[in-house]
Design a protein around this ligand. Structure first.
Ligand code: SF4
Ligand code: SF4
Length: 230
């Protein structure tokens, strides 16, 4: 959700611009929406601490200083909330929309900022037992702070850093199907459990992962790949 404080509007005309701009992150006060199934876990993903993200408030790319749970964005356009029904030009869960959405007034950000500063929902509010144990192990092995350090060390440490990054990617990738089976959860919920796959988010560090025919990963710089493709 954009704070959109430059709008000339004085009331909501339900134009959908805010819904098409981005999706909301969730707060503790949104917990009933998950408990009642209005928002299923497959419609969510976790932004992990240290992850590079677009900040709707500062309007710039920043590093998440804490964990956040966000509603997924639409895959076709890569932008906008998954609950926005473009054909009907309306929110498909309007009567039960998250707190950030209820507070959204593109002409006045004060209510939105109040909600934004209220306690955020985290995975530990929604999960327990084995799921939290796996999440803790994943954070230990695949922390974004560690990944950032390794990427920065590639220039000096070369192969050793690349090897460690590949080990991290492999752990992140193998853990997901294993967790799905062990915890009996749908694979569509894995981005909520472990955040988006590192093979995807690593692009933010200027790197691209190529999965080879023997299932191994090859790490390459995104710039090199563009050159090869070009
Ligand atoms: S709050 Fe959102 S839907 Fe309402 S007028 Fe502003 S941009 Fe449009
Ligand atoms: S939940 Fe509804 S109101 Fe909120 S961003 Fe998504 S479509 Fe818009």
């Amino acid at each position: 959700m954009s704070k959109g404080n430059k709008s000339p509007r004085k009331s909501c005309v339900r134009c959908g611009e805010c819904c098409l701009g981005s999706s909301p992150s969730l707060h503790i006060k949104d917990l009933p929406l998950l408990e009642t199934g209005v928002i299923p876990r497959k419609a969510l993903f976790t932004v992990r601490k240290g992850e590079t993200v677009w900040d709707n408030i500062s309007r710039r790319v920043t590093v998440a200083d804490r964990e956040m749970i966000k509603v997924r964005e639409r895959e076709e356009s890569g932008k906008g909330c998954v609950f926005y029904d473009e054909a009907g030009k309306a929110c498909s869960i309007y009567l039960h929309r998250p707190a950030q959405c209820s507070a959204m007034k593109c002409w006045d950000p004060s209510d939105f900022l109040k909600v934004y500063s209220s306690p955020k929902l985290e995975r530990s509010h929604l999960l327990s037992g084995g799921a939290l144990t796996l999440i803790a192990e994943h954070e230990k092995r695949c922390a974004y702070g560690k990944l950032e350090d390794l990427v920065a060390q590639i220039r000096d440490n070369g192969e050793e850093s690349v090897r460690e990054i590949l080990n991290m990617l492999r752990f992140d990738s193998d853990l997901r199907p294993m967790a799905s089976e062990k915890l009996a959860i749908e694979s569509s919920e894995l981005d909520f459990l472990f955040g988006r796959p590192l093979t995807r988010t690593i692009r933010k560090y200027g790197l691209t992962v190529i999965q080879q025919s023997d299932d191994s990963f090859l790490l390459t710089s995104s710039a090199c790949q563009q050159e090869e493709r070009g």
